[in-house]
Design a protein around this ligand. Structure first.
Ligand SMILES: C[S@@+](CC[C@H](N)C(=O)[O-])C[C@H]1O[C@@H](n2cnc3c(N)ncnc32)[C@H](O)[C@@H]1O
Length: 354
């Protein structure tokens, strides 16, 4: 299989047999990536000139057949490059390492492996029934994935590591492009481990931030805020954003990686609650991945939607910019602004005003 053959990314590209085979064996391609990460192959190769098969075998403590399989897969997929009998890393992985994003990428791989993989086995049924059938594979009785995580400590750890890393891959742009001059108090609804609150607090030292989280996850945020030394600037309030009153006194409400989880009706209900909590002129910020209004990409938005369809909650997907804007209008907001972010994740921000 040709590792460089493009996977069609829009409705105009003709899928060939090579591309179709890559989709057919997509799960196996991912397993090579995951195994390389778990075995430490990228770190071993690092910036080296190249290691032989035998050096890799010995360093990773693999048997002959196992190292042959690993290198066959990694090399045919382009994760490793073989030249003159020596293996080195793909340039794209080297640059993730150079940028300090490699651990963040690996946290995303672990999330796909330990949380997404099993749940998406129910993707077809989830489409048929228009609900997250895959949640049945996560132990517990909570009404959604988030209300089950504390019953599954390993999953909880994998989830919040990933959530932190996935946010950090994009929140450097959030901190840079979101103009909060003149804003006093931001409410981060469903703020997770406070990763985005911490980034915004550092970028805006005069801004107060309240993270609103369910009781089961609030302690994770409290710990991270204390570690960052930002306890004076960021506070945590526990509650259910669908049922409890939102904390008052904020002039900005942010939903980060939040409005990809719920149905459009639930998103509109959340936005209405935020609208009611905001003063006239107050701002609403949606920060997450977005799909194109044409409904044909980008590919990361499309592939990530399998998770949102199958697992976390009854509705959800990587909605288009336009779908979010429709919910904002239905909730009463006027003037919306789109800010697409650069980078390989399809992140962006929509800012709306009351
Ligand atoms: C996908 S995570 C996003 C976390 C964080 N905003 C980020 O971008 O990294 C969704 C978060 O929403 C929280 N959450 C889910 N349902 C909630 C509810 N009803 N009320 C408050 N928070 C909720 C979850 O506990 C989880 O931490």
């Amino acid at each position: 299989m040709n590792a460089t053959a493009p996977i069609p990314q829009d409705g105009t590209t003709n899928l060939d047999m090579d591309g179709l085979s890559r989709i057919l064996f997509g799960h196996a391609a991912f397993q090579y990536l995951n195994a390389a990460c778990e075995l430490g192959l990228p770190e071993l190769l690092g910036k080296k000139e190249g290691l032989t098969r035998e050096e890799i075998r010995d360093a990773l403590e693999l048997q002959e057949r196992a190292v042959d399989i690993l290198l066959l897969g990694c090399t045919s997929l382009g994760i490793t490059i073989k030249r003159d009998g020596r293996y080195r890393l793909a340039e794209v992985i080297e640059s993730l390492m150079d940028q300090g994003d490699w651990q963040r990428f690996k946290d995303t791989v672990a999330f796909e492996q330990y949380i997404v993989y099993e749940g998406q086995l129910d993707f077809t049924d989830s489409l048929r029934e228009n609900r997250n059938v895959g949640l049945r594979r996560v132990r517990g009785s909570g009404r959604d994935l988030y209300h089950r995580l504390s019953e599954n400590p390993h999953l909880e750890q994998v989830f919040y590591r990933y959530m932190c890393s996935w946010s950090e891959l994009a929140n450097r742009h959030l901190a840079e492009k979101l103009d909060l001059v003149g804003c006093e108090h931001l409410l981060d609804c469903g703020g997770g481990d406070a990763v985005n609150a911490i980034a915004l607090a550092r970028a805006n030292p005069d801004l107060r931030i309240t993270v609103f989280e369910i009781p089961a996850s609030a302690s994770i945020a409290e710990k991270k805020i204390a570690q960052a030394g930002l306890g004076e600037q960021i506070s945590v309030v526990t509650g259910d954003m669908f049922r409890d009153p939102l904390p008052t006194g904020c002039d900005v409400v942010m939903f980060a990686h939040q409005l990809v989880i719920w149905t459009p009706e639930e998103n509109t209900a959340l936005l209405r609650r935020a609208y009611e909590a905001l003063p006239e002129g107050g701002r609403l910020v949606i920060f997450n991945s977005m799909s194109d209004d044409e409904g044909d990409g980008p590919i990361v938005a499309a592939l990530d939607s399998v998770y949102f369809a199958s697992l976390p909650a009854e509705g959800g997907m990587i909605y288009s910019w336009g779908q979010h804007e429709e919910c904002l209008r239905a909730a009463g907001f006027r003037s919306t602004e789109r800010i697409p972010f650069p980078g390989w994740t399809p992140h962006g921000v929509i800012v709306a005003t009351k």
